[in-house]
Design a protein around this ligand. Structure first.
Ligand SMILES: [Zn+2]
Length: 417
């Protein structure tokens, strides 16, 4: 008996000298963060989680969370999403606090073209001894911090303007407006407008917008010509609150930012409409709104004009030029993926204006203006885009070529006037 007690005492003494094991913690308490945690089993190393839908009226898939206290553990994350939980290359992982990312299924995809199964709702990650902060996200997150980092290179230029469109609805954030003022004599020949993130979670649109800006501020002859002939504005985050809060943003209740062009629930939409009406009077408008498609989309495409024959001609020229300009690009363009305007169903006027006609998207509002020249909307796959991985650099390359293609058309049409 004495021996047994002594043995027990020894075991307890050894255990008391071991450091207590940290607990796995999961949170989304940072810009763009999103997760709902159902349970964490600290013994079995299993986390059950799902996207936080908040005011989204449909099932959706954006998540972006941080795991701490899991060093030296192999943890399984079980997701409970009704549709596919992850994109075609699996969840995106960052081990440096969100600076750089790679997809869990990236190696498989690059080695053999293998796609992460649409019906796989869990993944496992082994945390190294230094992995004190690991992020997991549906896609490549992009918030104001990314924008600030990108735009910093232009802060000292005298030919650009950093403006504020308005305060966000929460009054917590400025909605940025980046302007490239007309540099020519008298008045511009046209007005060029780019918007992104009407749907907050559609982060793949943002590196493309960066590329558009890079092209406009480059030494390319078409860019020089643009600056001498156009006023150009960019609104990088139409739903700024949603981007910073990590909302889905698509299908918000009662409607999202890209159905708000009649009711103007959101200050950014109201201010944007007022700005366009005030500044473009008598000037042809060229508008492009940047989006992302469904969770498993592997490509990118343009929504063709609806019921506007003249604009269809421009659209087809744009597609031809993009095919040429992007032919050596990482993200391959397939014009067959583009969606022409239709009289019913997807990409019909009715699909953007609601049953009662009391809703309206940005593009449909824009194409109803008497001075519209070309109004377009493009969708860029979240993870795979043109059947290749969308990275900050491949997205920017595509953006530069989108802008080059548009600039070539504008130069052909407006230079001779
Ligand atoms: Zn969208």
């Amino acid at each position: 008996m004495k021996m047994k007690n002594a043995f027990l005492f020894l075991i307890l003494a050894i255990l008391s000298t071991l450091p207590a094991r940290a607990e796995i913690r999961v949170d989304a308490d940072f810009p763009g963060g999103n997760v709902l945690v159902d349970s964490i089993d600290q013994e079995a190393n299993v986390v059950c989680a799902r996207p936080d839908l908040r005011d989204t009226r449909s099932d959706y898939f954006y998540f972006n969370f941080r795991v701490t206290g899991a060093e030296n553990r192999t943890v399984t994350f079980k997701f409970q999403t009704k549709g596919s939980s992850f994109g075609p290359v699996g969840p995106n992982v960052s081990t440096d606090g969100g600076k750089t990312w790679h997809y869990l299924g990236e190696k498989d995809f690059l080695d053999s073209g293998k796609i992460f199964p649409a019906d796989q709702h869990e993944f496992t990650w082994t945390f190294g001894p230094e992995d004190s902060d690991v992020r997991f996200a549906f896609c490549m997150p992009y918030t104001q911090a990314n924008w600030d980092e990108f735009i910093a290179q232009y802060r000292t230029r005298e030919d650009v303007r950093f403006e504020t469109l308005c305060r966000s609805r929460s009054d917590k954030h400025d909605v940025e407006l980046f302007r490239l003022p007309f540099l020519g004599q008298e008045k511009p020949r046209f007005y060029l407008v780019f918007t992104a993130r009407h749907h907050a979670c559609e982060a793949s649109a943002s590196p493309v917008m960066e590329g558009v800006i890079q092209f406009c501020l480059s030494d390319a002859p078409e860019a020089q010509w643009l600056r001498q002939n156009a006023e150009i504005i960019f609104v990088p985050f139409m739903d700024k609150d949603g981007v910073e809060n990590g909302d889905q943003g698509k299908n918000r209740n009662p409607h999202d930012h890209n159905r708000d062009y009649v009711q103007e629930l959101y200050p950014s939409v109201k201010a944007f409409k007022a700005l366009i009406l005030k500044e473009t009077e008598g000037l042809p408008i060229v508008f492009m709104d940047l989006h992302a498609p469904g969770s498993r989309g592997e490509t990118y495409y343009s929504h063709g004009p609806i019921g506007m024959e003249q604009m269809n001609v421009i659209w087809n020229r744009f597609r031809e030029k993009l095919a040429e300009n992007q032919k050596d690009g990482v993200l391959k363009y397939d014009p067959k993926q583009d969606v022409p305007g239709k009289s019913e169903g997807h990409n019909s006027i009715r699909s953007f204006t609601g049953k009662n006609g009391d809703l309206c998207s940005s593009r449909v509002w824009m194409q109803g203006l008497p001075n519209v020249y070309f109004a377009n909307c493009m969708e860029f796959g979240y993870c795979l885009c043109g059947h290749a991985i969308l990275t900050p650099e491949s997205g920017r390359e595509l953006g530069r070529n989108v802008m080059k293609s548009l600039a070539e058309i504008l130069e052909e049409d407006f230079a001779k006037e």
